[in-house]
Write a protein that binds this ligand. Structure first.
Ligand SMILES: N=CN[C@@H](CCC(=O)O)C(=O)O
Ligand SMILES: [Zn+2]
Length: 412
């Protein structure tokens, strides 16, 4: 199957193969081709260039993209897409003045979601998650990471990971699974956090590895949740089971988790709303991708990750949605890109790099998606007619997407 896109007003994020991610000043460079063509064959990007060099090939489908732009689909490297029900009532509590911690203390928060999820069947959970996955694909997401962490029992964590496995089998976009058993200490273990962590490591990790249920392991490193020592314990155990680390860290406090992540070669450190200078220093020259979650900052009214300062210090940055029922009930990457520009002072070029190539790296997918590169999957956003790509973040809350292609097939 061959599709030829012709007369593309601007083909965005064109790269040679082999680039893992961009950092510092290079984040402000977004290579494009104006008046371009793009040839897709059997789901992969086969060729692209200027319309003046458009080859005369037989195509099964020709798309005239006059006035429209094409860019790689968004790479959302941090979501909690599998959850049961929602937490609308906490939303109202929050409006009335209760903090994230106060809501958690009165039985809300992660434990509330865990209770709902434990009572939900795997089939029901799968159906609820499918709705959200379809929704984010329509919003331009073409690769996604999904975490467990609302199960908090052996059976329910496995249930979540099996839902992710079914999604991987039934969808064409790349999906990566993360084991986040250490998301909160469940009530049954409230006086025995070490016992809970041992259960995760001794009982669950071997099963997860055996069934191939996750690629990554994650932990909520935060005061009142898990310490830096707990984080190192989980990362070390994960490594023994072939799970690469990611960390929820520096959301409310900076306690040394970033340094631990770098030391253990975590693939990413995520949240980073509270960053000390030494946290920025620790990330310099490392292979660990810092990931900002502006939807969470917006929804909880907490500080935004100091993305401007981090990029100016030479770091890379990725953007993700953190789609979850408690702190970011939105999986809209277009909003994440807008908020990064408006609130974190990223340029549109930096924000688009953060949401594509750098997001792909934060999932280990830099060879598969995240740029217009020959051989990568043809996961593409075709915009509505727009004047410049700046209009995407500028027109926040609106949708500039006309079609989304996953492996060359039009989904929307
Ligand atoms: N911070 C920890 N975990 C989630 C929120 C979990 C929840 O409130 O349900 C996050 O990434 O924001
Ligand atoms: Zn999260």
């Amino acid at each position: 199957m061959r599709t030829l896109f012709k007369n593309i007003k601007e083909l965005i994020q064109v790269r040679e193969a082999g680039l893992d991610f961009v950092s510092g000043e290079a984040m402000n460079d977004l290579p494009t081709i104006k008046d371009a063509y793009l040839l897709v064959e059997d789901g992969l990007i086969k060729d692209f260039g200027s319309m003046t060099e458009c080859p005369n090939v037989e195509a099964d489908k020709v798309v005239d993209a006059t006035g429209k732009m094409i860019l790689p689909t968004w790479c959302d490297s941090h979501t909690h897409l599998v959850y049961a029900g929602n937490r609308e009532s906490e939303f109202v509590d929050k409006i009335k003045g209760l903090s994230y911690h106060e809501i958690a203390a009165k039985g809300g928060g992660i434990l509330n979601s865990a209770k709902k999820l434990q009572e939900t069947s795997e089939d029901d959970l799968y159906e609820q998650t499918k709705v959200r996955l379809d929704e984010i694909i329509a919003l331009g997401t073409g690769a996604v990471e999904i975490k467990s962490g609302y199960g908090l029992t052996e059976a329910s964590e496995l249930k979540m990971l099996r839902v992710i496995k079914r999604l991987k089998e039934n969808y064409k976009l790349p999906i990566k699974a993360t084991f986040l058993g250490a998301h909160a200490v469940p009530t049954e273990y409230k006086d025995d956090k070490a016992g809970y962590l041992n259960m995760l490591v001794e009982k669950l990790m071997p099963k997860i590895a055996e069934e191939g249920l996750a690629e990554f392991v994650d932990i909520f490193c935060e005061e009142g949740y898990f310490s830096v020592a707990d984080t190192e314990f989980i990362m070390e155990a994960g490594k023994k089971h072939g799970l690469i680390s990611k960390i929820h860290v520096n959301q409310f406090t900076s306690i040394g988790g970033v340094q631990a992540g770098v030391k253990h070669e975590a693939l990413s450190v995520d949240h980073l709303e509270e960053m000390k200078d030494e946290d920025i220093e620790a990330l310099k020259g490392s292979k660990t991708m810092p990931v900002a979650l502006p939807g969470c900052s917006f929804f909880l009214s907490i500080p935004y990750t100091p993305g401007r300062k981090m990029i100016d210090a030479g770091l890379p940055l990725a953007l993700a949605t953190d789609y979850n029922p408690g702190s970011s009930p939105s999986g809209n990457m277009n909003f994440a890109v807008s908020a990064a520009c408006i609130k974190m002072k990223l340029t549109p070029e930096e924000a688009i790099n953060a949401a594509t190539i750098n997001g792909a790296y934060a999932m280990g997918l830099q060879g598969t998606v995240g740029s217009i590169t020959v051989g990568k999957e043809a996961n593409l956003i075709l915009t509505k007619p727009i004047n410049s790509y700046n209009f995407i973040p500028y027109s926040f809350g609106a949708n500039q997407i006309e079609s989304v292609y996953i492996k060359g097939h039009s989904i929307v």
